[in-house]
Design a protein around this ligand. Structure first.
Ligand code: GLU
Length: 285
């Protein structure tokens, strides 16, 4: 059993991160397995070294230990591009030049009905897919977003095993029909124009590269897991077991965000709290 914690260094870790990290760590320890760490820093406009250093610091302080080396996604951009080239040569992705406004306008056109919203926002209305020509025959463009052609990518239902739960209590054997993937998720971005990759592509490649058998993460990513399983099938990668967990919320029921400095682990540390206090606060004492 091998699991991981995969934070993005775009702000201080808060109670929600502490819950996720401690849960994954304790699950690995209980199973005699391994706990790995991955720094998800593909978005260089938001990732900072000081936040990455604080992640190591906070996790050590919480009493967690992880295998080395730590994987850093910013070291792996050529690997992501290589995979995108494979997908491009197979015509599984297409170049997209639409901005948000174009997408909203096309999705709201009178004959389109109400725009459908999926895990990544409005389901892409297909504008650039309709205009593609011989994509696989020219070199993969460097400076354009690339989208997955979902209808081509999925020929049958996909399935995964959930040992935690989705936001509506989904658990056990989860399946998604190909029609549902096309209409409710659609042509998601696999490479953003500005960063050359995406969360979905990188997380799938790296969970496989790190040999992750159990993915532990927040239930907000439950729907995105369907995208990840599609990509695993497409790339011939194994599908791990997924364990989505509840989110830690503030008094008004809102999920915590990076800007919630008041609940930053560092703030608790500065105020004299102990790692045991943090475990108690998130219900893992
Ligand atoms: N990097 C993601 C985040 O901080 C987590 C991704 C994952 O666990 O799959 O929200």
């Amino acid at each position: 059993m091998r699991t991981r914690f995969a934070p993005s260094p775009t702000g201080p870790l808060h109670l929600g991160h502490a819950y996720s990290a401690i849960l994954a760590h304790d699950m690995a320890r209980a199973a005699g397995g391994e706990f790995l760490l991955r720094i998800e820093d593909i978005d260089r406009s938001r990732a900072r070294l000081e936040w990455e250093d604080l992640i190591y610091d906070d996790l050590h302080w919480l009493g967690l230990a992880w295998e080395s080396p730590v994987m850093r996604q910013s070291d792996r951009l050529p690997i992501y591009r290589h995979t995108l080239t494979r997908l491009w040569n197979r015509d599984a992705v297409f170049a997209c030049t639409c901005n948000r406004r174009d997408i909203l306008a096309a999705a709201s056109a009178p004959n389109e009905g109400e725009p459908v919203t999926g895990p990544d926002g409005i389901v892409y209305p297909g504008t650039c897919r309709a205009h593609r020509s011989d994509e696989g025959k020219r070199p993969v463009p460097e400076d354009t977003a690339l989208r997955l052609d979902m209808a081509r990518a999925v020929t049958e239902a996909v399935a995964f095993e959930e040992t935690g739960h989705g936001p509506n209590g989904e658990t056990g054997a989860i399946t998604a029909e190909s029609r549902q993937l096309v209409t409710e998720i659609g042509d998601v971005v696999l490479a953003r124009r500005d960063i050359g990759t995406s969360y979905h592509l990188s997380v799938v490649i790296d969970d496989a590269a790190q040999g992750i058998t159990h993915v532990t993460r927040g239930e907000d990513l439950f729907e995105a897991t369907k995208i990840h399983v599609v990509l695993q099938r497409l790339l011939g990668l194994p599908t791990p077991i997924y364990h989505h967990h509840r989110l830690i919320r503030d008094e008004s029921g809102r999920r915590l965000a990076k800007r919630d400095d008041a609940r930053a682990i560092r703030t608790y540390r500065d105020d004299g709290a102990s790692p045991e206090d943090i475990r108690r606060l998130v219900g893992l004492a």
